[in-house]
Design a protein around this ligand. Structure first.
Ligand code: G1P
Ligand code: ZN
Length: 549
């Protein structure tokens, strides 16, 4: 079909000034996204930043939250009007973030759009989001997101095809103008890739042994279909292993964030008498994970360290790993493992996009963030299903409990007590006052003593990417102590209301006899020092954090 004969409209529009992508895409309330032209402007800004859309392939999907389906129809029509050749869209509009990354790579697509606000609540009063991924399958790096933001402030029009909605619930190919829309199975490609990474036979033997019970909570978000297909149908776990496995537009009214606070139903099951052996949950778009044992919680930082230490049990890594990377606020537990294994360990700013270059350059194989995210070089996003399977593979190979594996790890490498305190929805000026107050003190912190604790240095983290030499500065205040303990403070880049202060606390404990304390108790001195230096309670007017993980 000739483009002239297509029913393409060029719609006049005015720029919005608030379309700067944050840590992970553009996140706003559904109401903001539903303003006339708001979504369209942002999508056109993305398209305008590509050298050309003509002849390109886009992968499109989302976590199924409210407004997912409408947004997909709009983007399909815009892709057609802008000259894309092919859009691969997840059936029903469903594609988890890791599955999208997998599909982009597998089919050598040029880019991807993921409709998700990750772990933020959904529904008409909840949040919506748009993430843009590049051809390596990973989140667009800062230079791209900044270019999109710049474009969004200049944009005066967008292009859209006038046409009826497409049926996105039927697998197969349909034309939309000159565009070919291919509705694909949401799970199959990702499952196939995971089968190539892990020992599915060994995991299947564990899950069907009758001696091992697992409980997975999809929190009514995107991982339900993946979990049903992989854990129950393929690996033989009894039906009922997967809870809340049907994606709902409002996530059942819950907060799809896999942590001890928001995944409380799973936590109750796993901390009851006669609890299952293994529990796990994922977030809205399937890139996060929480790992639990019978009456036992594994911190995400420990999870990364344990994965690194046990990599030879995983078929894909049986011959070794290139290195490991963690975000700056993530505990240094993985560093100790890397040191012993004599592989590199990288410290990057918060956000998965900083791992992409390291993975592409084969400098790192495994990556992790304290925010319940672990993943690897099989794709360019963190991967909840991969993380669960990694643990299942370790459990199947070692035939020990989760708790035994973690405790043995602490005995070998020492324990990094770790916690994050979030002060959510703080007035923006108050939150900035805390950060500015700390920044102002940084040069005078060295050598200051608080009881036993002496500050080794304080700085505002700056990262120079070892591959492309790009610099990202002001990535969070770090206060390091001479014994390896740390206080880190930064503002969230994913919130949609006010500002969220994240305070990260870490104390290293090599003494085997002192590895069984309660985390908050072991960190109590550091919590006090953080408040003394940051005046958090006074400046925010809050007497305690909103969420402790
Ligand atoms: C948070 C996490 C960060 C993660 C991001 C997306 O970002 O802290 O590690 O990559 O969500 O899942 P933040 O709100 O802290 O900017
Ligand atoms: Zn997520």
């Amino acid at each position: 079909m000739n483009t002239d004969t297509l029913n393409v409209s060029t719609v006049e529009s005015k720029p919005f000034d608030d379309q700067r992508p944050g840590t992970s895409g553009l996140r706003k309330s559904v109401k903001e996204f539903q303003q006339p032209h708001y979504l369209e402007n942002f999508i056109q800004s993305i398209f305008d930043c590509l050298a050309t859309c003509v002849g390109k392939t886009l992968v499109l999907g989302g976590d199924g939250r409210y407004y997912n389906r409408q947004a997909i129809q709009i983007i399909l029509r815009m892709a057609a009007a802008n000259g894309f050749q092919r859009v691969m869209v997840g059936c029903g509009g469903i594609l988890s973030t890791p599955a999208t990354s997998c599909v982009i790579r597998k089919y050598q697509a040029d880019c991807g759009i993921i409709l998700s606000a990750s772990h933020n609540p959904g529904g008409p009063k909840g949040d919506f989001g748009v993430k843009f991924n590049i051809e390596n399958g990973g989140p667009a790096p800062e230079k791209v997101t900044e270019a999109i933001f710049k474009r969004s402030k200049e944009i005066t029009q967008y292009k859209i095809l006038q046409s009826a909605d497409l049926d996105i619930d039927k697998i197969g190919t349909q034309p939309l103008g000159n565009l070919t829309v291919e509705v694909i199975d949401s799970v199959a490609d990702h499952q196939q890739l995971l089968e190539s990474v892990f020992d599915f036979d060994q995991i299947q033997a564990l899950l069907t042994s009758g001696k091992f019970r697992m409980c997975f909570d999809a929190l009514h978000a995107v991982t339900g279909p993946y979990a049903h297909a992989i854990y129950e149908n393929r690996l033989g776990a009894p039906s009922g292993t997967v809870r809340s496995g049907i994606p709902l537009e409002d996530f059942g009214g819950g907060h799809p964030d896999p942590n001890l606070v928001y995944a409380h139903e799973l936590v109750e099951i796993m901390f009851a008498k006669n609890a299952p052996d293994f529990g796990a949950a994922s977030d809205g778009d399937g890139d996060r994970n929480m790992i639990l044992g019978n009456n036992f919680f594994v911190t995400p930082s420990d999870s990364l360290a344990i994965m690194t230490a046990n990599h030879r049990l995983i078929p894909r890594y049986k011959d070794g790993i290139h290195g490991v990377a963690r975000s700056m606020p993530t505990s240094k537990a993985a560093d100790r493992v890397a040191e012993k294994l004599k592989v590199s360990c990288f410290e990057t700013p918060t956000g998965w996009k900083f791992f992409g270059n390291l993975l592409d350059a084969r400098l790192a194989s495994l990556c992790g963030e304290e925010s319940f995210g672990t993943g690897a070089d099989h794709i360019r996003e963190k991967d909840g299903s991969w993380s669960v399977l990694y643990w299942l593979n370790i459990l199947a190979a070692r035939k020990e409990s989760v708790e035994q594996i973690v405790r043995e790890h602490w005995l070998t490498f020492g324990r990094n007590y770790y916690s994050r305190h979030d002060y959510e929805e703080v007035e923006s000026e108050r939150a900035h006052a805390v950060v500015d107050g700390l920044r102002a003190q940084l040069s005078g912190l060295k050598g200051r003593k608080f009881g036993q604790d002496e500050i080794e240095f304080g700085d505002d983290f700056s990262y120079t990417d070892p591959v492309d030499s790009s610099i990202s500065d002001k990535q969070g205040v770090r206060i390091n102590f001479t014994d390896g303990s740390r206080i880190v403070l930064r503002l969230s880049g994913t919130g949609t209301h006010g500002a969220t202060i994240r305070l990260y606390l870490e104390r290293f404990e090599p003494d085997r006899l002192r590895q069984n304390r309660q985390t908050q108790e072991a960190l109590a001195d550091l919590i006090d020092i953080a408040d003394e230096l940051g005046q958090i309670r006074k400046l925010t007017g809050r007497d305690k954090p909103t969420v402790i993980t």
